[in-house]
Every structure is written in structure tokens, then in C-alpha cells.
Design a protein around this ligand. Structure first.
Ligand SMILES: Cc1cc2nc3c(=O)[nH]c(=O)nc-3n(C[C@H](O)[C@H](O)[C@H](O)COP(=O)(O)OP(=O)(O)OC[C@H]3O[C@@H](n4cnc5c(N)ncnc54)[C@H](O)[C@@H]3O)c2cc1C
Length: 325
């Protein structure tokens, strides 16, 4: 069955569009995206959306199809940025010029509290909070610089998102929705040295404005047998996956015992001090519908990917994500 994508936008490409097909193919390879090619079209499948380049004698054009309106904006931004790099102009049938960046929700701080010695829990409120409790698990937190009136990213006439720069540039780090209800959501920040987000949380007051963009960056893996490996930054995602995953799950968590919270009582969770050693020790054999999910420092994620490939895991059977570093 084909996924339903009720939102569409069409962009007419200017001269010199010959290089666009090659650029889309390169992007698909870099992001490991599915690509469907016919004699006169090339479709890139990303975030549940389709971006199709037609070169069929009616002039080159891009058709964007998405399940949500905000994703049309995100695709326009992605495509316009790619085309800009090639010196190709695009004329969209419609652009929300001047609007807030696609997927951006403006929120207010409700509370900031210590959850465990190593984690800060933040609750934000805003009309769009409900969007962040379903589907993808993560969002980008936009923090206005201290002492400056917030400036938010907005849509330019060519569909690109223009970000405030210089003294107005927001800090933007990625977090995981830990809990969500009605018009609020909560997330957990791992305390580490040199963190602008922790510094912000330490001085945040109820009512302070922040932006969140998303949701994005992966959902609950759907496999009969699932292994999770993650450090503190992945703890909120692991907690969500343990609650919502349909299959049989085991998790290895690299964090201090005092930061495990409720996960310390979950028999599916084992604390460890070395994620790669835990991965090496895991018996991943004998499960036909399996998935391995690994998230932590960039270097460990790269090593995990190599080790899983060396253990004959297919690329589609695992994800090894750099959460920081
Ligand atoms: C999909 C996704 C989901 C994530 N979810 C969460 C979450 O729910 N909770 C959470 O706490 N983090 C989460 N992270 C990780 C978080 O985005 C990064 O740790 C981010 O760098 C935090 O921003 P910052 O403002 O603290 O530091 P930055 O300004 O990004 O970095 C400042 C310095 O701190 C270093 N640094 C960053 N993280 C760590 C760390 N964990 N330990 C030691 N040094 C570090 C950086 O390398 C840099 O040198 C997630 C990341 C991804 C990609």
C-alpha cells in the first residue's frame, strides 16, 4: 500500500538544472535514502515524504509530497539549499515567506527541576506540544542568547529557512521528548561540563521563551527482537523505546547507577561502563526480525557501525547514531 501524502508543492527549476539529478543521487547516498528512478523521473524518499525530479520535456521541476504541511516547508528548505549550492534557482508554486521555520513551535518554560544527580528535567508549555508526543522522538531546542530578545528562524521567499546570526543566533541542541500531555512536554538534559544548554537551564525561569523544531530524527523501532545500547544522552530515548516498542527488548545503558531512575528496576535494562564492550558481548544471533539501536558519542557510534557490519548485520538491521562529539 502507498503511504498517503496529502500535501504537495511544485517547484519549477531555472536553467542549469542538469546537475540536479546527480546532486539528488549524491544526497541519497550520503543520507542512505531510498531512490526510485524511471527514464524521466528520480524520486528521493525521506522522512515519509517524496521529492521527485521530473525531466520529461515540460522543463525540469521538483514535486514534493508530504504527510504533513510542515514537512513541505522542510523539503522546500532542503531542496532550495541543495539547489543554491548548484547555482540553480527554484520557483515554488507557494511559499510561506516570512512565516516561522517549518516545524518551529514557540514554547514557555513551566518548570526546571533536578530529576537525578546527573539530569535536569524541563517542562515546556505551548499550543503545539501535542505534535511532539507522537511519531519521531526528538526535537531541536532553540535557546535565545542571554539578555537578547528572541529572534526566530523564518522562511525566505525561495523556501529556505533563514537563521538569526551573530549576537541573535540561538543555541540549538537536540533533545528527546520524555513525556507529553495536552499542551505541555518534558525533556531531560544530561549535565556535562561546558554545556550552554545546562547553563540556560540553571538560570531559566517560568515564562522564559524557547523554540522547539520537530519532531524528527527517528521513532520507535519496530522489530520482534530489539537491542538498545546508549549513554546518558540516549537514556531518555531508551526509556521511551522500552515503554513503546512492540517487540522483545534488551537495553545496555552506560551511565552512573544514581542516574538510572526507574530504569534501575526494569529487568530488561543492564547498566554498563563500556558500550562497545556491551555490544561485543551481546548475542545478536538467531532472531530473523531483529534491530540493533546504538546511540552515544560519535566515535563510539562509528566503531559500533563497523563492528555490526563485521558481524554480518545488514545496514537495514541497525542504526548507530552520533548523539554528541
Ligand atoms: C537524536 C538525539 C537525541 C538526543 N536526546 C538527548 C536528550 O534527551 N538528553 C540529553 O541530555 N542529550 C540528548 N542528546 C545529546 C545532545 O544533543 C548533545 O549532548 C548536545 O551536545 C547537548 O548540547 P549542549 O548545549 O549541552 O552542548 P554543545 O554546545 O552541543 O557542546 C558543548 C561541548 O560539550 C560536549 N558535549 C556534548 N554532549 C556531551 C556529553 N554528553 N558528555 C560530555 N561532553 C559533551 C561537546 O562535544 C562540546 O565540546 C541527543 C542527541 C541526538 C542527536
Amino acid at each position: 500500500m502507498f503511504p498517503i501524502r496529502p500535501y504537495r508543492s511544485i517547484g519549477t527549476l531555472g536553467p542549469a538544472s542538469g546537475a540536479v539529478a546527480a546532486a539528488l543521487k549524491a544526497r541519497a547516498a550520503a543520507w542512505e535514502l531510498e531512490l526510485v528512478e524511471t527514464p524521466d523521473s528520480l524520486t528521493l524518499l525521506v522522512w515519509g515524504c517524496a521529492m521527485t525530479l521530473f525531466t520529461d520535456g515540460h522543463g525540469a521541476r521538483l514535486e514534493l509530497d508530504a504527510p504533513e504541511k510542515r514537512l513541505i516547508g522542510t523539503l522546500q528548505d532542503t531542496a532550495a539549499t541543495l539547489l543554491d549550492e548548484l547555482g540553480v534557482t527554484v520557483d515554488w508554486d507557494r511559499v510561506d515567506a516570512g512565516a516561522l521555520a517549518p516545524g518551529l513551535a514557540l514554547m514557555r518554560v513551566v518548570s526546571v527541576a533536578s530529576r537525578t544527580p546527573g539530569f535536569i528535567r524541563v517542562r515546556l508549555a505551548g499550543e503545539e506540544a501535542g505534535r511532539f508526543g507522537t511519531g519521531a522522538l526528538h526535537f531541536r531546542l532553540l535557546l535565545p542568547p542571554e539578555g537578547r530578545a528572541p529572534q526566530w528562524p523564518r522562511v525566505a521567499p525561495n523556501g529556505r529557512t533563514v537563521w538569526p546570526e551573530g549576537a541573535d543566533a540561538p543555541h540549538r541542541a537536540v533533545y528527546t521528548t520524555a513525556a507529553q500531555q495536552d499542551d505541555w512536554l518534558e525533556f531531560d538534559i544530561f549535565r556535562h561540563a561546558g554545556s550552554p544548554t545546562c547553563d540556560w537551564a540553571d538560570r531559566a525561569r517560568p515564562g522564559d521563551p524557547v523554540g522547539i523544531i520537530g519532531p524528527g530524527g527517528g521513532g520507535i523501532p519496530n522489530a520482534a527482537r530489539l537491542w538498545l545500547f546508549g549513554d546518558e544522552t540516549a537514556l531518555p530515548a531508551i526509556a521511551r523505546i522500552l515503554t513503546e516498542a512492540p517487540g522483545r527488548v534488551s537495553a545496555s545503558l552506560c551511565c552512573r547507577p544514581e542516574d538510572m531512575g526507574a530504569l534501575a528496576q526494569d529487568p530488561r535494562v543492564t547498566r554498563c561502563d563500556d558500550l562497545l564492550a556491551a555490544l561485543d558481548a551481546a548475542d545478536l544471533a538467531g532472531a530473523p526480525d531483529r534491530h540493533i539501536w546504538f546511540a552515544g558519542p560519535a566515535e563510539a557510534a562509528r566503531a559500533a557501525r563497523q563492528r555490526l557490519l563485521a558481524r554480518a548485520c545488514d545496514k537495514r538491521e541497525f542504526i548507530a547514531a552520533a548523539y554528541w562529539g
